[in-house]
Design a protein around this ligand. Structure first.
Ligand code: GLU
Length: 422
């Protein structure tokens, strides 16, 4: 056990985040004196989540909700169900939400939650109980004006409906604004499900333009075929690109002529994985990183692109659909090799941006059509990226450090203006 829980263990997502903060400090001027604000989560809650299983036994799961920053507004960020979730991971994910909401200038801080559980092993009833008990336990710090959860890895609109219902029953009033990513008839927003993938596509489209890379005929490899990877793949496909490889937790497939997405999507829906898809070559998991492609989209979990893989990547453009997929050492290698990386904190910000739209629609009880959602998302992402690119050009720095510079300036300016209490 380290002396303080804010100390990072080697190669953890939290250590990646802290290294990213060190890199931005030279560009923050006098605001850098507030840097410790970014190195410490504001509030961390660890909860025990006991549930009665279908067989009558009682099992305990460990759950977390971390509010990294509430400086610019309520906490915002997803809830993840995964057997490898740790407090340190959730701290990093919460911190990246702080950077992300500031990078697109949404009036939110950053938060994240998680439960260490393998949801595939739970029945629907057990999943509902787990969600309801977890929501009750973190109920003391969430709320539509305090901290607003959303879907993340292995959580979806149904889980959000249970969270909304549990919170509402506990406070005695239907409170749709307490979570985002809800089903449409329960205060959800059109366009939310595909928003993260759409944001990956929008930032990819803008980056490709800079590289003079024509999306029509470009080749794309995607790691992760969940909500983010599949939506992004479909949009690139619609723009004329070929999806030449897809990898998920159970398999990797490739076809240099381009995968048939119209067949792949129902296969994944039916079998839970790209594994076993017969219209493509199965490839070795490690060979995925050697695939010939123009664009690589890591859209799975953290820490996937290490230095060794970064040396092998063939793509000219990496779009981080996942949170924290690239280790700092790999970042340097990609930069040396001239590979452009659009970092997670702007690349996958489409999800939280439409979450913001959903939250606004819930408060005004006035709902937008899908075109309006997509149009506003496009505009916000393009504007945010332009500002980030200006910063990168001005200082001659990587897009990641530039995104952190834009975001940290907003966060620390707010910090300074609010002042220390008491
Ligand atoms: N889980 C998503 C993310 O990592 C969305 C969070 C949200 O909508 O609050 O950005």
């Amino acid at each position: 056990m380290s002396l303080s829980y804010v100390m990072a263990s080697a190669d953890s997502p939290w250590s990646t985040y802290l290294a990213q903060i060190e890199r931005v400090l030279p560009y923050l001027g006098g605001l850098a004196r507030w840097a410790d604000t970014l190195r410490r989560p504001k509030r961390t809650l660890v909860v025990d989540v006991p549930i009665e299983m279908d067989d009558g036994s009682v099992r305990h799961f460990e759950g977390y909700r971390v509010q990294h920053s509430l400086t610019r507004g309520p906490g915002k960020g997803g809830v993840r169900y995964h057997p490898d979730v740790t407090l340190e991971e959730v701290m990093a994910l919460a911190a990246w939400m702080t950077i992300k909401t500031a990078a697109v200038n949404l009036p939110f801080g950053g938060a994240k939650g998680g439960v260490r559980v393998d949801p595939v092993r739970l029945s629907i009833k057990e999943l509902e109980k787990l969600t309801r008990r977890y929501t009750s336990e973190i109920g003391i710090i969430i709320g539509p004006h305090q901290d607003i959860p959303a879907p993340d890895v292995n959580t979806n609109a149904q889980v959000m409906a249970w969270m909304m219902d549990t919170y509402s029953m506990n406070v005695g009033a239907t409170t749709t604004g307490v979570v985002t990513g809800k089903p449409l008839h329960l205060g959800g927003s059109l366009g939310r499900v595909k928003a993260t993938g759409r944001g990956v596509f929008i930032t990819g489209r803008e980056a490709a333009r800079r590289l003079n890379l024509d999306l029509n005929g470009a080749t794309v490899a995607v790691q992760g075929f969940g909500n983010v990877g599949s939506a992004a793949a479909e949009l690139f496909h619609q723009a004329g690109a070929r999806i030449v490889a897809v990898q998920d937790q159970d398999g990797s497939i490739a076809d240099p002529r381009g995968l048939d997405l119209a067949a792949l999507v129902p296969h994944v829906r039916a079998h839970g994985s790209v594994a076993g898809f017969t219209h493509a070559e199965p490839i070795d998991a490690e060979a995925f990183w050697d695939v010939d492609c123009d664009i690589l989209i890591p859209a799975a979990l953290e820490g996937q692109l290490d230095a060794q893989r970064a040396r092998r990547v063939k793509a000219r453009l990496v779009l981080e659909g996942a949170n924290g997929p690239t280790l700092p050492g790999a970042d340097d290698i990609l930069a040396e090799r001239g590979v452009l990386v659009v970092p997670d904190v702007i690349c996958n910000a489409g999800g939280v941006t439409v979450s913001y739209f959903e939250w606004v629609q819930d408060f005004s009880s006035f709902f937008w059509n899908e075109d309006e959602v997509n149009l506003r998302l496009d505009r916000i992402m393009v504007d945010a990226l332009r500002r980030i690119w200006d910063t990168a050009d001005r200082h001659r720095i990587a897009l990641r450090t530039a995104t952190f510079a834009v975001a940290c300036e907003r966060i620390l300016m707010a910090r300074e203006e609010r002042g220390l209490y008491p």
